[in-house]
Ligand binder design. Structure first.
Ligand SMILES: Cc1cc2nc3c(=O)[nH]c(=O)nc-3n(C[C@H](O)[C@H](O)[C@H](O)COP(=O)(O)OP(=O)(O)OC[C@H]3O[C@@H](n4cnc5c(N)ncnc54)[C@H](O)[C@@H]3O)c2cc1C
Length: 349
């Protein structure tokens, strides 16, 4: 029986009671429905890059989404400003391969999301984002199997409740199995306006300026590699689930209590977003940190304080010990309780 340890980017987890690899949409729906009818717990698995699974594994059916297919409806009639591409992608397709294809074909809007591991079907779950882009900006609709209503439903982007690392799918865990995602891209050779200072600097454009799609992808991949944020089997700094904590949203009172140089960005709703990486670092948890309790087999990445990593042979218990120490240390230092970004299965912080 496959082990979740071999199917997660953290290389942590344990055995599953049952495992089904679904290569067609019918198989996917049938596998989930059969488990539901039998009262068996279900874990829908994409690339395993946002999962922390208990050492005991999963006492139910893992349904691995391996569906394939990309259908593009490209409008070539208009000029560059009005032509678009409507692209429907099966949930099991690899996300970064889609980004590469988009850059090659001149589909604008996901180039800054280069190098994010995992499947297309998982991207709407937490509304993946990086370097000033979020997938919600180009999603037109998401088609799902609703396990409660037992039917296929289509949600327009406006119905998905997308927010920062949030969606209706994440808010109602496990209910919706994403079958495919439809994107609406503008077409062109330049990427979308660059909304991230570090990326704009790297590209030599002003914030809000634009650069060729391929240049944006190359710059993002370079920046991400420097932070250990592109999977690399020989680099333990990438044996992670990406950022372990989300950036916190704070009240005016909380933000006033932070040191003057703490990053803060005012939000339209009056709250303030701060930087989890900065708070972790300033609370005393530098790159490469671990503690006697967590042990040597887990550490903060040596390239980025926000990634918790498996140095080889670690257990989920050890990783969670490290995560709790970081969370509690930040809370003691700044009164801010960080929340984990990856989905925990059979365990919690
Ligand atoms: C090195 C690294 C860098 C990362 N960088 C980023 C980043 O920059 N930005 C960012 O947002 N994320 C980032 N991540 C997190 C992760 O890559 C994304 O969240 C990704 O979308 C997860 O895809 P997956 O297929 O691996 O999902 P999994 O890890 O397999 O699953 C994650 C969750 O989604 C659910 N799920 C998966 N597929 C489906 C489906 N078809 N239908 C319903 N539910 C489903 C699972 O049940 C689970 O709850 C990074 C991770 C790593 C390891």
């Amino acid at each position: 029986m496959p082990d979740l340890r071999d199917h997660t980017s953290l290389r942590l987890g344990g055995p599953a009671r049952r495992w089904v690899e679904a290569t067609t949409e019918d198989e996917l729906v049938a596998a989930v429905s059969a488990a539901d009818e039998a009262g068996e717990p279900v874990l829908v698995l994409g690339g395993g890059s946002n999962l922390v699974v208990a050492d005991d594994g999963f006492p139910g059916t893992v349904v691995e989404v391996a569906t394939r297919g990309v259908t593009a409806d490209v409008d070539a009639s208009g000029g560059p400003s009005c032509s678009g591409a409507t692209v429907t992608v099966a949930a099991g397709e690899d996300w970064d391969q889609l980004v590469a294809e988009a850059v090659r074909r001149g589909w604008v809007g996901i180039e800054a999301l280069s190098g994010i591991p995992g499947s297309v079907g998982a991207t709407p779950i937490q509304n993946v984002g990086a370097y000033g882009q979020e997938v919600s900006q180009t999603i037109a609709r998401v088609r799902v199997w609703d396990r409660v209503l037992r039917g296929v439903r289509t949600f327009a982007a406006s119905e998905c409740d997308f927010g920062y690392r949030a969606s209706r799918f994440k808010a109602d865990p496990g209910r919706h199995v994403v079958l495919d995602v439809t994107f609406q891209f503008r077409q062109g050779s330049l990427g979308a306006p660059v909304r991230y200072a570090e990326l704009a600097r790297t590209l030599g454009v002003a914030e809000g300026g634009r650069a060729p799609l391929a240049d944006v992808r190359a710059a993002v991949l370079d920046l991400r590699r420097g932070k250990g944020m592109v999977l690399d089997p020989v680099d333990h700094d990438t044996w992670s689930a990406g950022s372990f904590f989300t950036n916190p949203f704070l009240t005016a009172e909380q933000v006033a209590a932070l040191p003057d140089d703490a990053p803060r960005w005012k939000q339209p709703d009056g709250t303030w977003k701060s930087s989890a990486a900065w708070l972790i670092d300033r609370a005393g948890f530098g790159k490469g940190w671990t503690s006697p309790a967590a042990g040597e087999r887990v550490r903060l990445s040596t390239k980025h304080t926000l990634a918790l990593t498996n140095r080889g042979g670690a257990t989920t218990d050890e990783l969670l010990t490290l995560a709790r120490e970081v969370r509690d240390g930040v809370r003691d230092a700044f009164g801010v309780t960080l929340v984990n970004e990856p989905v925990t299965v059979g365990c919690s912080l």
